[in-house]
Each structure stands twice: as structure tokens, then as C-alpha cells.
Design a protein around this ligand. Structure first.
Ligand code: NAI
Length: 259
């Protein structure tokens, strides 16, 4: 390994990924394992996590599947306890779990609003705080990577609750970066544009979806999950050692589209 590639390595690190049962989380779990991390796969659908853990083990990696509901403090603490018991203190967290059902503002119910904020904002806060408390207690450095969204920086029809939660994730990342810098814990966010996952579903296969991609995304295409690998490894590893409080857009230029 060259000195340069070594900086992006996660060898010896314990990386906990929330929402690792599908989409971006499952993909980046594989990336973290390939980069040498011991990976803690955390989500509600434990059977899926167990399959992924077995796949990573077959490839020579080390992974642990733990049940996690980010809306529940006891569940978050239990997931970190399990991670710590198996691998030691978690060094890197990918705060990725999220939900994304759209609903126009006039039709949003109290429950829809609360569920969105509870998962996409409160959950990120809870996991980040739990990780940081344990790092400080162990006097260890760490990195927290929060998955925000370009909808945390701009807005979209039918997503007032989602945009609000993701804007909260952007601000939370910066505020935690400030408070935790002297504790050697970095906090950064990634703001993805559109990637095909369970969350985006079949929309982009439709005529309307294809037209949207053509008109709204300067690169005129969706993201490939592998295009998140570099930003994630940069923020998670020593390569990003002087980065904290940053928000990396990975969106084919959508945030700079023509107004
Ligand atoms: P996904 O639906 O495949 O993954 C979300 C994961 O979070 C699932 O595994 C789900 O089970 C888990 N999750 C939901 N609620 C949870 C809870 N209470 N506790 C634990 N796990 C929970 O979708 P995707 O696209 O992989 O989403 C990952 C993150 O990326 C989300 O935060 C999403 O908002 C964000 N994002 C996705 C974009 C895309 O185009 N796919 C664009 C911008 C942001």
C-alpha cells in the first residue's frame, strides 16, 4: 500500500453504520470492510444484516450484525454496547438510517411530520451523541459522517418534512463539529443527490422520472452508489484529518443547476 492510499485506509477501525440493511448503508458497509474496518451493521431488519455480515466474512472481512432502531435511545445504547463488547469502542459512525415518504405540506399529518423528524433528525442526533460520549469517555479520536441530502440545502415539492429534517442534519453536523473539535472528534456530512435505492424506488424508470433527470441534473444522470465511496472514505479516514463541519455535495451538479 502506498503512503497515499494508506491515508484512506480504515484498517484497525471499528465502523458502525446505521440503516445498513439496504441501499447506501449496505453499499458503504462493503466499502468500509474492503478498506479494512471491522464493521458493525445496525438496522431493524436483522435477517438482512446477518446475510450481509456473512457475505463480508466470506470475503475475509469482520462484521457484526446488531438490531437498531434509531428512534429508541435504549436500542441505540444496546447497539453500541454490542459493538464495543465485540470489537471495542466505535471509531467511525456512518449516520445513514432514514425514511423518505413524500407528502404535500397541506396533507401532512402530525404523525407523518413526527415520524420524519424522529428518524431523520432525532435519530442522527441520538446516534452521534452516543458515539461521541463513548469516544470522549475512552479518550479516543473519532469521525462521525452524517448522511444529509441536497434537500437539506435546497427544497423540493412534497418534502417539507424531509427538507426540514435534513437541513437540521446539516446544522447539527456543523454545531457538533464545533463542540467536538478539541475532543478530536470530526463531524461532517454528505449531501447526496439522487441514487437508485429502495427509497427512490421506481420513479426514475418512469417517463416523468427520466425527464426530471434530464432537466434538473446538470450531468443528466443519476448517481452510482460507487460514487459515494470516495467522499465517505475521505471523511471517515485520516485522509480527511483536517476536515470537520464540512458538507460534501455528491449530486451531479444538481445544487448548482440553472436558476
Ligand atoms: P434505503 O431505504 O435503502 O435505506 C434506508 C435505511 O434506513 C434502510 O435500511 C431502513 O431500514 C433504515 N431505517 C429507517 N428507519 C430506521 C430506524 N428507525 N432505525 C434504523 N434504521 C432505519 O434508502 P437509501 O437511499 O439508502 O437512504 C440512506 C440515506 O441516504 C437516508 O438517510 C436518505 O435520506 C439519504 N439519501 C438518499 C438519497 C437517494 O437518492 N437514495 C438522496 C439523498 C439522501
Amino acid at each position: 500500500m502506498t503512503e497515499q492510499s494508506q491515508r484512506f485506509s480504515l484498517a484497525g477501525k471499528v465502523v458502525l453504520i446505521t440503516g445498513a440493511s439496504s441501499g447506501i448503508g449496505a453499499h458503504l458497509a462493503q466499502v468500509a470492510a474492503t478498506a479494512g474496518a471491522r464493521v458493525v451493521l445496525a438496522a431493524r431488519r436483522v435477517e438482512r444484516l446477518a446475510e450481509l455480515a456473512a457475505r463480508l466474512a466470506d470475503q475475509g472481512g469482520e462484521a457484526l450484525a446488531v438490531p437498531l432502531d434509531v428512534t429508541d435511545r435504549a436500542s441505540v445504547e444496546a447497539a453500541f454496547d454490542a459493538a464495543q463488547a465485540r470489537f471495542g469502542v466505535v471509531d467511525v459512525v456512518l449516520n445513514n438510517a432514514g425514511i423518505g415518504q413524500g407528502q404535500r405540506a397541506l396533507e401532512l399529518s402530525e404523525d407523518d411530520w413526527r415520524a420524519m423528524l424522529a428518524t431523520n433528525l432525532d435519530g442522527v442526533w441520538r446516534v452521534a451523541q452516543c458515539a461521541a460520549q463513548r469516544l470522549v469517555q475512552a479518550d479516543r479520536p473519532g469521525s462521525i459522517v452524517n448522511i444529509a441530502s441536497m434537500l437539506g440545502l435546497r427544497v423540493g415539492m412534497g418534502y417539507s418534512h424531509y427538507c426540514t429534517a435534513k437541513a437540521g442534519v446539516v446544522q447539527l453536523s456543523k454545531a457538533l463539529a464545533l463542540e467536538l473539535a478539541r475532543k478530536r472528534i470530526r463531524v461532517n456530512a454528505i449531501a447526496p443527490g439522487y441514487f437508485i435505492t429502495e427509497m427512490t424506488g421506481g420513479y426514475f424508470d418512469s417517463e416523468q422520472g427520466r425527464k426530471y433527470v434530464h432537466d434538473a441534473i446538470p450531468m443528466r444522470r443519476l448517481g452510482e452508489l460507487s460514487e459515494l465511496d470516495g467522499p465517505f472514505l475521505l471523511l471517515a479516514s485520516e485522509a480527511g484529518a483536517f476536515m470537520t463541519g464540512s458538507v460534501l455535495a455528491v449530486d451531479g451538479g444538481q445544487l448548482v443547476n440553472n436558476l
